[in-house]
Structure formats: C-alpha cells, structure tokens
Design a protein around this ligand. Sequence first.
Ligand SMILES: C[S@@+](CC[C@H](N)C(=O)[O-])C[C@H]1O[C@@H](n2cnc3c(N)ncnc32)[C@H](O)[C@@H]1O
Length: 208
Amino acid sequence: MVKPGKAVTTRRFRGVTMPTSSHPAIRKVRRLGANPSIHGNKLWKSSLLLIDYLNTHRPAHCEKVLDVGCGWGIAGIWCAKALGSSVTSVDADPGVFPFLEASAALNGVATTQLASTLQNLSSRQLSRYDMLIAADICFWDDLVDPVFNLVNRAVKAGVKQIVIADPERPTFFAMASRCETRHCAELIEWKTSTPLRARGALMILHNA
Ligand SMILES: C[S@@+](CC[C@H](N)C(=O)[O-])C[C@H]1O[C@@H](n2cnc3c(N)ncnc32)[C@H](O)[C@@H]1O
C-alpha cells in the first residue's frame, strides 16, 4: 500500500511479500549492525525470474530445496510458502541471515540457515535435496568454475532439478554453456512485467 509521501515498505510478487530497505524490520536489522559484504545487501531481481518460472512450471520434486547464495532469501521463502518446501538457505556471508529472517517472518515461514561457501557444499550435503535454486550467484570470473563444479556435484548427488537465474552476465553464460554441453541443461530467456519488471536468463537442468 502506498500513501502519498510515505516510503514503500513492501512489494508483493506471486504471493510473497518482499520488504524494501525502508521496512521497519529491515531498518531494525541494520540498526543492530547487520551489514552483508558480498552483494547480499538487497533483494536482487533475478530472484523474481526464479519465482516466476517456478510459479509457471511447478516443480515435480520440491520437498527439500537448497537456495544457494540466498542473500535475503526470497526465492527460498517463496518455495516454503507456495510449494510447502522445507528450505535450506545457504550463503557465504552470515551477515545476510538477519535480513532473511525478517523477510521469512513477514511471510509466516522459516527456513534453515547454513553459512557456507558454495565451494564447500559437499556431494553428501547436496544429496539431501530434491531441488537446487540460485539467483545471481555467478557474478565474478572466479565464480564460473565453482558454480559449474557445484552443478556437477549436485547432478552426481542426484538433485532432481537445478534452476539458476541471472541478469545475463557473461560469467553466467560461460558457466551455463558448460552445463548445456555436459548435462544438456536448458538456457532460456525469461521476463516478468507485472507487478514488477525483471528480465534475464535461466539455466534449467532436469536430472531425473
Ligand atoms: C547478487 S547476491 C544475490 C542474492 C539473492 N540470491 C537474491 O537474488 O536476492 C549474491 C549472493 O551470493 C552470496 N555469495 C557470494 N559468493 C558466494 C559463495 N562463494 N558461496 C556462497 N554464497 C556466495 C553473497 O553473499 C550474496 O548474498
């Protein structure tokens, strides 16, 4: 709800409520000193692509979901809320978790938090999940190999579906084209127009 002169504090998208940085719960988290340091400082638009795709193509296997590089975690929160998934939200930067908790509480759900780099997620850990999701995690040259290797480990571990969204960074395409070759992953363009605009690409891998 927007009143003249009042800051927007939430946005709704496909049934999930997303706090803006003006939301009182987010301001409180900031006041208490939480300060993400590896770009987990806001909700990134690629998570909208991920949510919209999963809303359109409801996954067959989504009981246990791993949201890698979760940041404020809205894609995993959507899975918990809309799909009833049990979600583990992973990030290298534990500074994102107070923001994730505030966002999850706004939606009446909770996710399990795991502070870990994606490089440190073992095949054994990955084997506990049906679906791996990620939004905008391949943003540096030196993340191309680690994200590709994460996908390889997840496939080997039997994760049934992997969906990674991105605002079409060259680093993402470098990773995704290797997944196309190795695992017949699909690379598609995706966009949303209402109620929020976002455009980018999705890498989708079915490992059934
Ligand atoms: C651009 S943000 C995207 C956050 C969230 N997925 C979203 O769409 O709003 C990238 C996230 O990846 C995390 N990250 C960066 N490098 C990582 C790594 N090596 N392992 C795990 N997480 C990482 C950052 O801390 C940050 O939260």
